[in-house]
Design a binder for this molecule. Structure first.
Ligand code: ADP
Ligand code: ZN
Ligand code: ZN
Length: 819
């Protein structure tokens, strides 16, 4: 008898491939193990076994495998089932799902680059087998090798186990960017320079400072603090006690009186709070019981709780109870893990050792470690926190999933495939385990609300903030009016400026939101009207003043700032529109002795960039924080009393059927950062159009009304949640070709699905990115229609499209439930 296995290859090929194995191999192999197989002329891949059987393939002759790579399955049967669901629902290959799921270290393949481990680990060469030694030896003289090259050196294709062994021993690593795992919290502390330690010099210092009473007071405060405590004195504490500004503190540092040093502070000790789980307040208690009751009849419950109502505390309470029962694994999904360090440390503090964090920025080894801990159901992975890709971990007995901030669009993977919606997929995965799902948000998505209305999900409301603090008071500021009356200073209305000044005077902090980074999106010549464009994309270059650059936000192209118009030579250039950088610059002029920082992808790029800003703001070392939507991600600051939205119009006018829903969510979420702990917060929204219905609704907190209207609109215009959308995008360098190809595709789809169901081809708002022209064809599927049949029909059309030789080079991207 002949023995075969079907494997999933980590490449975008439609089907699984069949390989031959020996009888012994057949007996040893279990589904979910990795097997190294040859593919094509000279490639080799680590593949995953999906099936075992004794039927030879009819179309091709099965090749033999190279080697079995695992002793036990590294992928579970449930995962295989889940991969298969993702691939069929989101119309991609299982190989693409595999690629997204497996940590790279499991995926050795021809192109993988290996090198000696950087920390200089020395291995006992005598312990190595011949092949292992040869690889190790070769790496001593050549800094890196491709797996392909290793094959040549060893003159065999059976090399993956040897490489794997060296990796496991910690002698060799795969090439990648390594990020550090632990994110320390850096706090600034103050000491008195040793020059002033003696009594005499100290008195002299006070004398010298007699003309700077504030500074003098600060030195005295430092002394009285020092007398009271042995602990290091943070700059924040000192400023609080002495009432001095950062500028005054900096003056003393400049004079060499104070010295400043940064120290890593354990987050556990933060604010001196004790981190045992908090007792739920009455509203929370009610909601908590209601959630449990609903879970008796519903698999999915939506927790709709206003900002700062303490949703996290409810999740925590449920998790704690489940942990005590030791029933199974718990997954906590977050929209963007890099931006949620605050929340992660909160959960780590509560659950300590039981928490595993799955972070795409962790090193390969760390990701493998989490993978194995989850696979083996170790105690240190009872609660797994992660962004969408954590959904693809090898759970053994998942019992509960929290999807926090369920409305966030980043739960949808945009590129590459699998383009899955992690919230929706979580519900499917949970069903496979008979696990429960809790979705949480202050501004739930229309999709989830609709599922509540149609009784698919349960819903629990939490309408009060913790401590019964009122929701922030949102006011609209008509900037058209303000312009007319000349009450604008730069981009600030007098109303906003007054509010900022008031807040700062009370020692409170301010957040300002502008949904655009850089200084200004357009730099225009006033003489001839020319505005520099990106040569690769159909967008104008954004002016970044700090770096004196013009940059493309789509492809990264950049040039130095030109002093003169490139077209006519005139030096009269003006900016149009504004970004965070400009707001920051204006603020620095307006409030020269305040500390102003900016949080956007330009300032948070470096190591710990985001973390440092958050900590500094938490520690009240920053007075005003200007930022993009990064600011909305569930951040919890205690001293922010004012939030300003610099301009609400651009988000409202964004050409997307979700723009209104999103604007509401964004404004409500940013507003939710204000007044979280003591008194009611204040929000000012600057706009040219204060009568816009969304602004009216968000300022009056009319969420239900917004939902009702938006749902009606979606219904009328045939959008989700009433219709499903599949977007087929085309990309090509040649304008003519994409024009023809997209017309062909739209026509073919219309013939198959009916012209009602197909829109386009249409040109997206940015018609060309990285020199690729783009077109979209949108397919709308009625909820009553059979989805899988429609997808099959789409696939057939795509297959015929790919068979047309002149279109072969056109890239087609299918996005199901696109955002
Ligand atoms: P949400 O997630 O709903 O925005 P959080 O869970 O962040 O709200 O809670 C807001 C703030 O209120 C946090 O600082 C949290 O520590 C505090 N808080 C919430 N519930 C309680 C409680 N029961 N006891 C003490 N503090 C609480
Ligand atoms: Zn010009
Ligand atoms: Zn570009």
């Amino acid at each position: 008898m002949l023995y075969f296995i079907n494997v999933i290859l980590p490449i975008p090929v439609e089907n699984t491939f069949t390989y031959r194995v020996s009888e012994t191999e057949y007996a040893f192999i279990q589904l979910g193990m990795r097997v190294a197989v040859p593919f094509g002329k000279s490639k080799v891949y680590a593949s995953i076994v999906k099936a075992k059987h004794t039927e030879a393939p009819t179309i091709y002759e099965a090749k033999e495998i190279h080697q079995i790579l695992d002793e036990h399955p590294i992928v579970t049967q449930k995962q295989l089932k889940f991969w298969s669901w993702i691939s069929s629902y989101y119309m991609c290959t299982e190989g693409e799902v595999m690629r997204a799921a497996l940590p790279k270290a499991f995926m050795l393949e021809s192109e993988t680059v290996i090198k000696l481990k950087s920390d200089g680990f020395v291995i006992d060469e005598l312990e190595l087998k011949d092949d292992e030694y040869l690889i190790y030896e070769a790496l001593q003289s050549k800094s890196e090798l491709k797996v392909q090259e290793v094959m040549e050196i060893l003159d065999t294709k059976k090399i993956l186990p040897s490489i794997q062994y060296l990796i496991d021993q910690g002698a060799v690593e795969m090439q990648e960017e390594i990020y550090e795992k632990y994110i320390p919290k850096l706090v600034k502390f103050i000491t008195l320079s040793s020059d002033y330690e003696g009594e005499h010099t100290f008195n002299k210092l006070l004398e010298d400072l007699s003309r700077a009473p504030k500074q003098r007071e600060m030195v005295l405060s430092f002394f009285s603090l020092k007398a009271k405590t042995n602990k290091p004195i943070s700059s924040k504490e000192l400023q609080k006690v002495s009432g001095a500004t950062t500028v005054q503190l900096n003056a003393l540092i400049k004079k060499g009186v104070f010295q400043i040093y940064e120290k890593q502070q354990d987050r556990v000790g933060y604010e001196g709070e004790v981190y045992i789980t908090k007792t739920l307040n009455n509203h929370q208690e009610l909601a908590y019981n209601e959630i449990k009751t609903q879970f008796e009849v519903k698999d999915v419950v939506l927790l709709h709780g206003v900002t700062a109502s303490g949703k996290t505390e409810i999740y925590v309470q449920i998790i704690e109870e489940l942990l005590a029962q030791k029933k199974g694994q718990i997954l906590y999904l977050l929209p963007e893990i890099a931006l949620t360090t605050q929340l992660i440390s909160r959960l780590q503090i509560y659950f300590g050792e039981k928490v595993a964090i799955f972070h795409s920025k962790y090193s390969v080894n760390e990701r493998v470690e989490v993978w194995n801990n989850v696979l083996k159901k170790y105690d240190k992975a009872q609660v797994i926190i992660g962004a969408r890709s954590a959904l693809l971990l090898p759970f053994q007995d998942l019992q509960f999933i929290v999807v926090d901030e369920e409305h966030e669009s980043s739960f949808k993977q945009y590129d590459p495939a699998p383009r899955y919606q992690a919230r929706d997929s979580a519900i499917v995965l949970a069903a496979m385990f008979k696990a429960k799902v809790l979705l949480g948000s202050a501004t739930p998505s229309l999709e989830s609300i609709y599922n509540v209305q149609t009784n698919k999900y349960g819903c629990v409301q939490l309408k009060h903030r913790h401590g019964n603090i009122l929701l922030p008071d949102i006011n609209l500021v008509d900037i058209k009016e303000k312009m007319k009356k000349r009450e604008m200073t730069g981009h600030f209305s007098d109303t906003l400026l007054r509010a900022i000044t008031d807040a700062l005077e009370l020692g409170e902090q301010v957040i300002l939101f502008q949904n655009r980074r850089g200084f200004s999106p357009i730099l225009e010549c006033t003489t001839c009207g020319h505005a520099p464009q990106c040569p690769n994309c159909d967008v104008s270059l954004t002016y970044h003043k700090y770096r004196a650059q013009l940059r493309c936000h789509y492809c990264g192209y950049n040039i130095a700032l030109q002093k003169k118009c490139l077209a006519c030579g005139s030096s009269e250039l003006t900016t149009k529109g504004f970004g965070t950088e400009q707001i920051e610059a204006e603020l620095k002029e307006l409030y020269p002795d305040r500390v102003i920082s900016r949080m956007d992808s330009d300032t948070t790029r470096g190591k710990y960039g985001f973390e440092k800003l958050i900590t500094a703001f938490e520690q009240e070392q920053i007075d005003i924080l200007v930022g993009t939507q990064m600011l909305t991600k569930g951040l919890d600051f205690r001293n922010v009393s004012l939030v300003g939205i610099m301009n609400a119009d651009s988000m409202l006018n964004f050409p997307d059927f979700r723009a209104h829903e999103r604007s509401y969510q964004l404004i409500a979420q940013v507003s939710g950062r204000a007044g979280r702990t003591e008194k009611q917060g204040k929000v000012l929204v600057q706009t040219y159009n204060p009568y816009h219905q969304i602004l009216q609704q968000v300022s009056a907190n009319k969420f239900d009304e917004m939902i009702k209207e938006q749902l009606e609109e979606r219904h009328t215009f045939k959008y989700p949640p009433f219709y499903r959308l599949i977007r087929v995008s085309l990309k090509h360098r040649d304008y003519q070709k994409i024009e023809e190809a997209s017309i062909w595709l739209a026509k073919a789809l219309k013939q198959t699905l009916g012209s009602e169901a197909v829109l386009g081809p249409e040109t997206p708002s940015i018609a060309r990115i990285r020199n690729q022209y783009r077109r979209n064809v949108m397919i709308k599927i009625n909820r009553t229609q059979n989805l899988s049949q429609t997808k099959k029909a789409v696939k057939r059309v795509v297959t015929s499209f790919n068979a047309i030789s002149q279109y072969r080079s056109v890239r087609l991207i299918i996005d199901v439930d696109c955002y």
